[in-house]
Design a protein around this ligand. Structure first.
Ligand SMILES: Nc1nc2c(ncn2[C@@H]2O[C@H](COP(=O)(O)OP(=O)(O)OP(=O)(O)O)[C@@H](O)[C@H]2O)c(=O)[nH]1
Ligand SMILES: [Mg+2]
Length: 459
């Protein structure tokens, strides 16, 4: 268990803001703030009724710090489960830090990253997977990612894991009852009944893991790299996908020399789009360096947007481009459809079998929506899942639940083969231990440290 001291931190982001919040949690929160707070209504402040707001001034050593509103939340019905006081002051760096320094001088301890949420977890206010969802929600880049985090954060999401856990506990107690009474010839639960329950618990876990894996794309996002011969219109396309970032576009081949990246939201998926230096056979030293960077980028990217110029015949630069990308997953973008067509599209399509193709005009902004649609379709291939069913999301949770599935399969197999029940119960206990790593019941300190180190200070 942790020391139940009182912690404090600035909970709003650094920089100027209309208001800033300093949060305190712990048994002395009220007393510490009382040491510096002059309320407009002292009678009401003295009572410190939970969920009340108090206007007043903060001063320390006869120096006024700020005019503030102090909110009072009393244990146990608070985020951390402890007494929580939040000081709403003006949102300047200096004011916030002066107030924080003062409450620390009066006995609070500076909170570590995620310590408020860690206390919420240690006080049984949430499961570990819910605490992880708090970070996911703060970091969500798209609506869908936020929705997944919210679902995981809700008690109903946590309950689904607990339901599976309870089903396994049930099977375990049947098996242990069989063990206890095996010499007494009592009617224990038939093996087939236990097997059915085990199978349905395993299937629920498998569905959970499968949906979580498919939904990971909304949380982690993907990388898309735009490649093609010089002058094909890559930067023009990148500018459109990046909502007019203004990458330099000129009619001079070899304009882009570096990899230029930007995160965009494509149908709810956070996508890092990279514009790259064009590919051509005959190039100077600087361009060659740029092309090397393009090649490196292609190696690690998830999806390639290969841009071909419809107004030019298929040439060695296009061939060189295809050689770099043919092993990847991607989309063919035929650009400059507003010009007279000289490219035989089959020359490209035949060399990149299975790649969907889209014709656009980046210059005239035509059919850019089609590219986004095609990207989304490509990413969602084999990802047929119901987002409503996603209530775990990160790789830590997925890997421990996969362990639970393996243990449950082992238990079912053992039961079917008539292996002694005490051996079966070892597998079931392993499955429970794994599930408890998701809920946090069994998570050791190193896991907790890793989870909470992802948080910012003040959360
Ligand atoms: N007509 C027409 N011109 C286009 C289109 N897209 C791009 N261009 C023109 O093609 C030229 C090259 O465009 P960029 O976007 O710089 O091409 P790039 O592939 O990034 O070129 P590099 O960076 O040199 O490899 C510019 O003059 C653009 O205005 C299009 O759809 N139609
Ligand atoms: Mg360019």
């Amino acid at each position: 268990m942790y020391k139940s001291d009182t912690i404090a931190a600035i909970s709003t982001p650094p920089g100027e803001g209309a208001i800033g919040i300093i949060r305190l949690s712990g048994p002395d929160a009220g007393e510490i703030v009382s040491g510096i707070f002059k309320p407009v209504n002292p009678k009401s402040w003295r009572k410190k009724t939970s969920y009340t707001l108090h206007l007043g001034t903060l001063s320390f050593r006869s120096q006024e710090l700020d005019q503030v509103i102090v909110s009072v939340m009393k244990a146990p019905h608070t985020y951390t489960g402890e007494d929580v006081i939040e000081i709403n002051c003006h949102g300047g760096w200096l004011i916030l830090n002066r107030i924080l320094d003062t409450v620390i001088e009066l006995g609070a301890r500076p909170a570590e990253p995620g310590e408020f949420t860690k206390r919420a977890f240690l006080n049984g206010k949430m499961q570990l997977s819910q605490a992880e969802a708090v970070v996911d929600l703060i970091r969500a880049k798209t609506e869908q990612a936020a929705q997944i985090a919210i679902r995981q954060l809700k008690p109903s999401g946590a309950k689904k894991i607990m339901d599976i856990r309870n089903a396994i506990v049930d099977c375990l107690s049947h098996i242990e009852a069989n063990l206890d009474f095996s010499d007494q010839n009592l009617d224990a639960a038939p093996v087939s009944e236990v097997l059915n329950r085990l199978d349905s618990a395993r299937k629920s876990l498998e569905n959970t893991v499968e949906s979580a894996k498919k939904a990971r794309i909304f949380r982690n996002g993907i990388h898309i790299t735009i490649v093609g011969r010089t002058n094909a219109g890559k930067s023009s396309l990148a500018n459109l996908l990046m909502d007019n970032k203004r990458i330099i576009v000129t009619s001079v081949p070899g304009t882009t020399r570096d990899v230029i990246e930007e995160v965009v939201n494509i149908c709810g998926i956070p996508v890092v789009i990279a514009d790259t230096a064009g590919i051509r056979i005959h190039s100077g030293k600087v361009e060659e360096l740029g092309q090397k960077m393009t090649m490196e980028k292609v190696k690690t990217t998830d999806v390639v947007l290969a841009v071909f110029d419809l107004s030019r015949k298929f040439g060695p630069d296009d061939r060189k481009t295809i050689n770099y990308i043919r092993s990847k997953k991607g989309i063919i973008v035929f650009n400059k459809r507003d010009l007279r067509q000289r490219l035989e599209t089959a020359d490209v399509a035949d060399k990149l079998p299975g790649w969907p193709a889209v014709q656009i005009s980046a210059k005239k902004r035509r059919d850019i929506g089609k590219i986004k649609e095609t990207i989304y379709k490509l990413l969602m291939e084999d990802r047929d899942f119901d987002i409503e069913n996603v209530f775990i999301s990160n790789s830590r949770q997925i890997s421990v639940l996969e362990r639970a599935i393996t243990s449950l399969s082992g238990a079912s197999r053992a039961l079917k083969e008539g292996v002694p029940e005490d051996i079966v119960s070892i597998d079931l206990n392993e499955a429970l231990k794994a599930i408890d790593q998701v809920t946090g019941r069994e998570a050791d300190d190193s896991v907790l440290e890793k989870v909470f180190s992802r948080f910012c200070v003040g959360k």
